[in-house]
Design a protein around this ligand. Structure first.
Ligand SMILES: Cc1cc2nc3c(=O)[nH]c(=O)nc-3n(C[C@H](O)[C@H](O)[C@H](O)COP(=O)(O)OP(=O)(O)OC[C@H]3O[C@@H](n4cnc5c(N)ncnc54)[C@H](O)[C@@H]3O)c2cc1C
Length: 458
């Protein structure tokens, strides 16, 4: 028997149809498996649909094409608008009784992170992911009100910071200043240089130079070259600002937020930061507080410091992550990193795996999520090869009983055929409006569009 034959016919459940879940489904189906995807959102794609910046049309459409091909595979079932977890239509325990040979959690990292600062609940404190979902039209975030203000701090210095700054300065004309607050210095910036070009036009170059001059002694104390750092952040001839966008972008390096300052109405009026120095640590540098505190006047604060997984899904969880077997002393550390670990019974949870951002929150781009899904699936396939596959008739029967349960529990579960109808409805509106794309921003509008398309075809 070849390896591929050994895998043939198993039934695998996947929670989440973002890039990790979809690429895992592709690989499992190619190996002969049958896959059922349960997805919280009506549409598949996760952050590829609802995270990647809205103007990156080519990238988003390229990914959608790949996802359509995966969903078109007859071995893959899709149920959108169907959440798994304590607050979902199905619980993890439900899935564990549905006869899956393996369960994979690919639900991304839906929880937000903050710093536990006094004043963090103030009006005007926001989380990057909520904003990202808002401007990418994911219900219900698409209908939330965000009190953004004129002077907004973004805490964090990664790619998500770039997208938030891009949104605030380009699409919110009321924003006059965006101040990036970072614990360490310009050398420790974490965003990809190619992403920086999207916001470079907004960066106040004079202020950037002044900020670097202010920090020069602290940078040079750890052997960093202030001139080279400025040059590194002004790589191209300063691009022109888009018309009607007058806001500017500033950096406040070596600053650890310590308090969100509020007014009598509970709104943000500023951010207190502690000035930091840098100290060498294991070949890198770390920030160390100097005991000097400064107040930055602001009316909005956005945390862009990464995410945590959603513990309501029901898998063993600690400190923002699902627990895996990775820490155990195992002969196969790669596989262990994908196996969920139950700390109560001190053993691996039977046939249960995590991949993508559910395994490592906020780690990397779509390519990384794909790679992680593929390595995770190798582990799943290795385990499946040791158990007999159900006979084809049993798989058909299980898929039907899963469908029945989904229809019983979910108010309006969306199948892959209905996704095709929805996409067609959006395409027609975009063509009519001569716009690059159109997206419904409420579940009700999506469901209505699907029903209209059905009625038209009847
Ligand atoms: C702001 C931002 C911008 C980005 N820009 C880029 C970019 O330009 N280029 C790039 O390559 N990458 C980009 N990325 C990274 C990329 O989006 C991620 O690497 C990738 O989407 C992670 O895939 P995932 O499947 O692990 O998680 P996600 O994409 O988060 O997918 C999770 C899926 O699980 C579903 N789900 C969640 N909870 C449940 C539940 N309880 N039950 C059932 N389903 C559930 C969700 O509906 C979703 O479909 C960006 C990320 C962010 C946050």
């Amino acid at each position: 028997m070849t390896d591929t034959q050994a895998y043939r016919g198993h039934l695998i459940g996947i929670i989440g149809a973002g890039p990790a879940g979809l690429y895992a489904a592709k690989k499992l189906a190619e190996a002969g498996g049958h896959v059922v995807l349960f997805n919280r959102d009506i549409k598949p794609g996760g952050l590829a649909e609802y995270g990647i910046f809205p103007t990156k049309h080519k990238m988003k459409e390229g990914l959608r094409k790949q996802f359509r091909r995966i969903l078109a595979c007859p071995q893959v079932d899709y149920y959108g608008n169907c959440s798994v977890g304590e607050k979902g239509e199905l619980t993890l325990a439900d899935l564990q009784t549905l006869g899956f040979d393996a369960l994979i959690c690919a639900a991304g990292a839906q929880g937000t992170k903050s710093l536990g600062l006094p004043g963090e609940d103030a009006i005007g404190v926001m989380h990057a992911k909520d904003l990202v979902y808002y401007y990418n039209h994911l219900p219900p975030f698409s209908h939330r009100q965000f009190p953004i203000g004129k002077r907004v701090a973004i805490i964090g210095m990664g790619n998500v910071m770039i997208d938030i700054a891009h949104f605030l300065l380009r699409l919110r004309t009321e924003v006059e200043e965006v101040i990036v607050v970072a614990r360490r210095g310009p050398a420790e910036r974490k965003y990809d240089e190619k992403e920086y070009k999207y916001i470079e036009a907004f960066v106040d170059q004079t202020a950037l130079r002044q900020e670097t001059e202010r920090l020069r002694p602290r940078l040079e104390a750890v052997g960093q070259d202030a001139e080279a750092l400025i040059a590194g952040m002004t790589t191209t001839a300063t691009p022109a600002r888009p018309a009607n966008c007058s806001g500017r972008m500033l950096f406040r390096f070596l600053a650890s937020p310590t308090r969100v300052l509020t007014d009598v109405d509970g709104r943000v009026r500023g951010l207190e930061v502690e000035e930091n120095g840098l100290v060498p640590r294991n070949g890198d540098v770390s920030a160390r507080g100097t005991g000097t505190y400064v107040e930055l006047p602001l009316d909005g604060v956005v945390f862009a410091i990464g995410d945590r997984v959603d513990d309501a899904i029901g898998l063993p969880y600690a400190h923002g992550a699902f627990l895996t077997n990775a820490q155990s002393d195992t002969a196969d550390p790669t596989s262990a990193a994908y196996q969920v670990y139950d700390p109560v019974h001190h053993k691996v949870l039977d046939n249960t795996y995590v991949i993508g951002w559910s395994r490592k929150a906020s780690e990397g781009l779509v390519g990384k999520a794909k790679q992680d899904a593929e390595i995770g699936v190798e582990t799943v396939l290795k385990a499946l090869a040791t158990i007999p596959a159900p006979v084809p008739a049993a798989v058909v029967e299980r898929r039907q009983s899963i469908r029945r349960l989904v229809e019983e529990r979910c108010v309006y579960p969306i199948t892959k055929d209905e996704i095709a109808l929805l996409e067609e409805a959006e395409r027609q509106i975009a063509v009519q409006a001569q716009s690059e794309e159109y997206k419904f921003d409420s579940n009700e509008a999506m469901l209505e569009a699907i029903n209209c398309q059905k009625a038209r075809m009847a």
